[in-house]
Design a protein around this ligand. Structure first.
Ligand code: 26V
Length: 818
């Protein structure tokens, strides 16, 4: 098979040169020689070699941006779900094969050391992974950009499955150090909390000034990681902040005998960057989370303003030279923070500051789930950020006046525009703050964007009808095809040439090969090899044997009720039941894989994980379905696991309740790697269908509109369940303890929920889903037809490249050239 991505760069170093560099790094950076080096030392040395090789390009980009006075993009995100970086960098630099040879000449296996690199899991799921894909694409399409976030000492927890239950363990990705990053002790900013605001009378005729005196201060210290674009066109910076005490020894308190107090103070500072909140929707209304949001927003803005001031000498030109992007509302506090810095620190008047602020910020919304829309209690806000509270009130007054003046809004509508939620406890609505403080507000798929206009932001949309726009998500084809699927990449190069490596649209040329039997067979062989790799992993790690010739049906994503893993599990139970009742029928052998983490406080999600494991145990242990059905829960789903599972899938499960998944990006990764999708008309599935064609995707279930209608007209799930023999039997089996004999009532509440409210419409969609699964079986049995469809999926996925998404942001939101 052709080698995947041995691209060439102007200076393609010989393996012997690289080998010498690795030995040098080992000696001078780590202080060891080859005879005593551990595998981690080899990993570190290899990373230092690539890192050194990007530094010139990194500096060149920075210098050019300065000299040419280019507008810079700043992407503020509380999450960057990066995964491993070494292969990515090797591959983007075209060094993969040379490096493999170099290491091999030193007796080191590249794959073995690559597997030691920890996943940088500084994110929960889709939102964080999107930020990582965007960073890579911005470097690839040559946009001067900086990512800003937090350098969490503990990223996303490691999931273990013990007795079928999720157990969360701390992920200590920095244990062996982080060879990628540069610590910039000198690039540090103070961030304050609490205290009081002093009003100082201005000189004659001038407004009064406000001076905030925080009573707590911490230092944000920068750590920079280079982000390498394809063919190393450009190298950008991901700058992550770490919390440190302002005065590391707190000498005065220490000397005053307050030893414990002094140390506690220093602890408080690094608490800010200690841990990523492991929830992606559940209210985690913790003060620490709010502090983290302000901590990184403030440090990033101070950094941005300092860079701008040193280059341009004033701040009125900020919107022309800086586009600051808010990845969801997590950095929304940056809106009043920029106002504060402009007004209180740099002496701008309110109106000009407001104009500068709005022209600088843009905001992306990633979810409509009410429980995920951030708001902070006014008393907490006021106590931690008293000056920001005043600014929020001032902004609110101006906007509400503007709305009232139009005469187009009644009292209820005015209340929904307000930054302050008045019913119940008073809270600051971060979504409204981000919306009002930005010139652009975008959704992440066409459907999601329309729903934003109709639901959460309906009234703000009427006030500012130009502001909401759509930017359908994308994924980087470098990681999600070239790197994770060298078999398919090699086959495509052989079949259509190398053009698609630089121009992903050229992947479309594969479409015409869907009808070519010889190509289909090669394609099937690649898929088969990827499945064998996954099967081996599952055998090794979990002791479960699966047959690579069975249909691999995979659902991997966060565990959430709206994503409906429960629908999938209930269908598996029903299928199991039918196979046992009708062993004579011609069943399609299937392996159903599940993977994903539940927020630690999300009870039902954790119960769903336990159910998947209970069902797996029963089905896998039943000889009467052997060879026909297996269920596997893969523990600790993360970016690296995704890189193995996406290429191995035949069927991609994208079955959220319509209207609830903002976009999805796993759906794109699967299809790009040649899986067919079974899915609802939700998020980006709608657009995937438009591009791959109705015949090449399995769509079922209620539409978003129908879901809303059913809910509005009093949906009665009991009648629906009772009308479906298969569903009622599956529910009855779970309720009665078939899968939990030692604890028969374990799932009773979960099942009762399906009868009583079934908010996620599992019952309403069950029959359609099950019938569509049987249609999938039929197509699978016609193997040429299946692979023709799979090939058409690959061919038509190029539009979902994050390069396309980023170019749209650049042109339509950031106003930077591409
Ligand atoms: C919300 C919250 C709420 C409070 C606690 C911590 C926390 C952390 C994250 C979030 C927002 C999560 C939103 C999210 O991940 N949305 C996903 O974004 C993907 C990229 O746009 C998209 O493909 C998924 O459909 C969407 O669910």
């Amino acid at each position: 098979m052709a080698r995947a991505t041995n691209i060439s760069l102007p200076e393609n170093p010989a393996p012997s040169v690289l080998a010498a560099e690795v030995l040098q790094a080992l000696k001078y950076r780590i202080g060891k020689d080859a005879t005593v080096a551990t595998p981690y030392d080899w990993l570190t040395a290899s990373i230092k070699v690539v890192r050194d090789r990007v530094i010139d390009r990194w500096m060149k980009g920075t210098k050019e941006a300065y000299e040419r006075q280019e507008k810079r993009v700043y992407y503020l995100s509380l999450e960057f779900l990066i995964g491993r970086l070494m292969r990515d960098a090797f591959s983007n630099l075209g060094l993969m094969e040379a490096m493999r040879e170099a290491l091999s000449s030193l007796g080191v296996d590249l794959d073995r050391i690559a597997a030691l690199e920890p996943d940088a899991a500084l994110g929960n799921g889709g939102l964080g992974r999107l930020a990582a894909c965007f960073m890579e694409s911005m470097a690839t399409v040559d946009i001067p950009a900086h990512g800003y976030g937090i350098r969490y000492a503990n990223g996303m927890f490691r999931q273990e499955i013990q007795d079928g239950w999720q157990v969360e363990l701390p992920e200590t990705w920095l244990d062996h150090g982080n060879p990628w990053e540069f610590e910039r002790r000198e690039r540090a900013f103070e961030v304050g909390f609490g205290g009081a605001v002093e009003s100082v009378a201005g000189p004659e005729g001038a407004d009064e000034r406000h001076v905030w005196h925080p009573n707590e201060r911490v230092l944000a210290v920068a750590y920079d990681t280079p982000v390498v674009g394809w063919r190393a066109n450009r190298v950008n910076t991901l700058r992550l902040w770490s919390g440190m005490p302002v005065d590391p020894i707190l000498l005065d308190r220490f000397n005053a005998g307050d030893y414990v107090g002094a140390l506690a103070e220093s602890n408080k500072a690094d608490t800010l960057s200690r841990v990523l909140y492991p929830a992606d929707s559940h209210k985690e209304g913790q003060e620490l989370r709010f502090r983290q949001e302000y901590f990184f927003s403030s440090a990033s803005l101070q950094d941005i303003l300092q860079r701008h001031l040193s280059q341009y000498g004033g701040l009125s030109s900020l919107p022309d030279k800086a586009a600051i992007h808010l990845n969801d509302t997590h950095p929304a506090i940056a809106v009043p923070e920029l106002m504060r810095l402009l007004i209180d620190v740099h002496g701008m008047d309110f109106d000009q500051a407001w104009d500068v602020t709005r022209r600088t910020f843009a905001y992306t919304n990633h979810t409509l789930l009410p429980e995920a829309l951030e708001s902070w209690p006014v008393p907490l806000f006021e106590r931690l950020l008293p000056r920001h509270m005043q600014i929020v009130y001032a902004i609110n007054a101006a906007v509400l006046l503007e709305a009232r003046t139009t005469g187009r809004f009644d009292g209820g509508q005015i209340a929904s525009i307000s930054l302050i939620q008045e019913n119940g406890d008073r809270r600051v609505r971060m979504g409204n703050l981000a919306f009002i403080g930005s010139h652009s507000v975008n959704g992440v798929s066409a459907l999601h964007t329309e729903l934003m206009k109709e639901t959460v932001f309906a009234d703000l949309h009427r006030l500012y009808p130009e502001r909401i726009n759509n930017k359908t998500n994308g994924i980087t084809p470098r990681r999600w095809l070239f790197q994770c699927n060298s078999g398919l990449t090699g086959l495509a190069r052989e079949a259509i040439g190398d053009r698609f490596l630089d121009d992903i649209e050229a992947l479309g040329d594969l479409g015409k090969l869907a009808g070519d039997a010889a190509f289909r067979e090669k394609f099937a062989a690649v898929k088969r090899a990827n499945k064998a790799r996954l099967a081996n992993l599952v055998a090794e790690r979990l002791g479960i044997k699966v047959d690579p010739s069975a249909l691999f049906d995979i659902q991997i994503k966060r565990i959430h009720e709206y994503k409906r893993q429960l629908l999938n599990i209930l269908e598996a139970i029903s299928l199991y039941d039918q196979i046992r009742s009708h062993p004579e029928r011609d069943w399609t052998p299937r392996v159903k894989f599940f993977g994903g983490k539940a927020a630690p406080s999300y009870h039902n999600a954790k119960l769903i994980i336990k159910l998947a494991n209970d069902v797996a145990r029963v089905i896998n242990g039943d000889p009467s379905v052997r060879g026909l059905l297996k269920v596997v829960f893969v523990p600790n789903y993360n970016v690296s696991a995704a890189e193995v599972m996406m290429p191995a899938a035949d069927l991609s499960e994208q079955i959220s309740t319509a209207g609830m998944e903002a976009s999805g990006t796993g759906n794109m990764k699967f299809a790009l790697n040649g899986a067919l999708t079974i899915g609802t008309l939700d998020g980006a599935n709608v657009e995937i269908r438009e591009r791959v064609g109705d015949e090449n995707i399995f769509i079922f279930g209620l539409t978003a509109e129908e879901v809303a209608e059913r809910r509005a007209n009093g949906y009665e799930p009991r009648a629906v369940v009772e009308a479906s023999r298969e569903l009622s039997q599956a529910i009855a089996a779970v309720s009665s303890g078939v899968f939990s004999p030692g604890d028969p009532s374990r799932y009773r509440d979960l099942m009762d929920g399906l009868y009583q409210h079934d908010w996620f419409m599992v019952a309403a969609d069950f029959d359609a889903y099950a019938a569509t699964q049987r249609a999938v079986d039929d197509v699978w049995r016609d193997s040429p037809d299946w692979y023709a469809r799979a090939i058409r999926n690959v061919a038509h996925m190029s539009w979902f490249s994050s390069d396309r998404t980023i170019r749209e942001y650049a042109k339509e939101i950031w106003n930077v050239p591409v």
